[in-house]
Design a protein around this ligand. Structure first.
Ligand code: MG
Length: 368
């Protein structure tokens, strides 16, 4: 493939479609840095990353000052070499969220180029395991919603074909959580999947206590029960409950997943393609999980994860949270409760450049 001639960096901010709250935070705005790689043979690869409201300007500065200049002149097809070179160039700030998020914007652009050059969609280029993957929704399960809204949203999701819905937990008392979960379970019946997500909100003792109280309602998984850095806590919780433990949205390196998997500290892996540093490390985590017979159910970013889940055999669920509709012409196809990976060459995201132009935070930064 051709040399990278110039790198363009943009940022847009996208408002959530609904109010999103959980046990520890609010999703204020999706800061969305975008990287465009222009090659000598005229191809343009577009990648992106995100934050939920803070750190976007730091990601852009890292891209502008340290990463993009090292891409100019490089062969865009040497994806592993480029990822590694950039990672080690910033080694004193890695592993870390800002570095991984910045690497993801570049890596997804490199994969877009790789797919465009081959004329293949991402789901095929990255593995081609299964074009359709079940999808569950999180948009009706936020922590501030009253019980009747939770129930109405879960019933609406089931009626429109979803096979599962996620409910945030972490109310001040366990009784409040239990009342919410019970109401949803009673309404949707036994066959519908109900996921729970604590967003790292509990200490170990409380996570063990709440897991016991949640168990009669047969949750499909208990997501981020504890702070992500507490692997030992996860080991002890996994041994104390029959609910599968899900982690991954707050891990930033494949090696962190290896530690969780080796210690049997989780049984669902939720690797996030932006927070892990791009498609290149995402695939490593997915394949690593496969060797442990553990399912991959990635966090957020359904516009990319529908294709990545379709690429690997052990992906079980795509999470439904639409976020790019204001700046894309393409829409994720959901058919009978399954996300269908797009067949268009590239990442499968058709950007609306006029809409992006109207929203960008600053004039495009061009590095050449
Ligand atoms: Mg979560």
């Amino acid at each position: 493939m051709a040399r990278i001639e110039r790198v363009e960096i943009l940022q847009i901010d996208l408002a959530p479609k609904v109010r999103r709250t959980d046990a520890i935070q609010s999703f204020v705005t999706q800061e969305t840095p975008i990287v465009r790689l222009h090659t000598a043979d005229g191809l343009v690869g577009t990648g992106y990353t995100y934050t939920i409201g803070t750190g976007g300007s730091s990601v852009v500065a890292l891209l502008r000052d340290h990463l993009a200049p090292r891409l100019v002149g490089a062969d865009a097809s040497h994806v592993e070499a480029l990822w590694r070179r950039l990672f080690f160039h910033t080694h004193s700030t890695a592993v870390g969220a800002i570095t991984s998020l910045a690497l993801a914007a570049i890596d997804t652009a490199l994969w877009d180029l790789r797919c465009l050059a081959a004329g293949l969609p991402l789901w095929v280029m990255a593995g081609g395991a299964q074009q359709r993957v079940p999808i569950y929704t999180t948009e009706g399960g936020w922590l501030h919603l009253p019980v009747d809204a939770l129930v109405a949203d879960a019933l609406a999701a089931r009626a429109s074909g979803f096979r599962g819905a996620k409910i945030k937990v972490g109310k001040p008392t366990a009784a409040e959580d239990v009342a919410r979960i019970a109401a949803v379970r009673t309404a949707v019946g036994d066959a519908f999947n109900v996921m729970l997500d604590a967003n790292q909100g509990f200490p170990l003792s409380e996570a063990i206590r709440r897991a016991r109280l949640y168990t009669p309602f047969d949750p499909y998984w208990f997501e981020e029960p504890l702070p992500a850095e507490d692997i030992d806590g996860h080991v002890r919780l996994a041994g104390a409950t029959t609910i599968p433990i899900a982690v991954g949205e707050s891990l930033y390196s494949p090696a962190h997943f290896r530690e969780y998997l080796q210690r049997r500290a989780c049984s669902v892996v939720q690797v996030d393609v932006a927070r892990i540093g791009g498609i290149t490390p995402w695939l490593k985590v997915a394949h690593l999980a496969e060797t442990f017979n553990v399912m991959v159910c990635p966090h957020f970013l359904m516009e990319l994860h529908a294709s990545l889940c379709a690429a690997v055999p052990n992906a079980a669920w795509v999470e439904y949270i639409p976020q790019l509709d204001d700046v894309t012409a393409s829409r994720l196809v959901v058919d009978d409760g399954y996300a269908v990976a797009p067949d268009a060459p590239g990442l499968g995201i058709e950007w609306d450049w006029q809409a992006i132009e109207a929203r960008r935070k600053f004039a495009p930064i061009v590095v050449r």
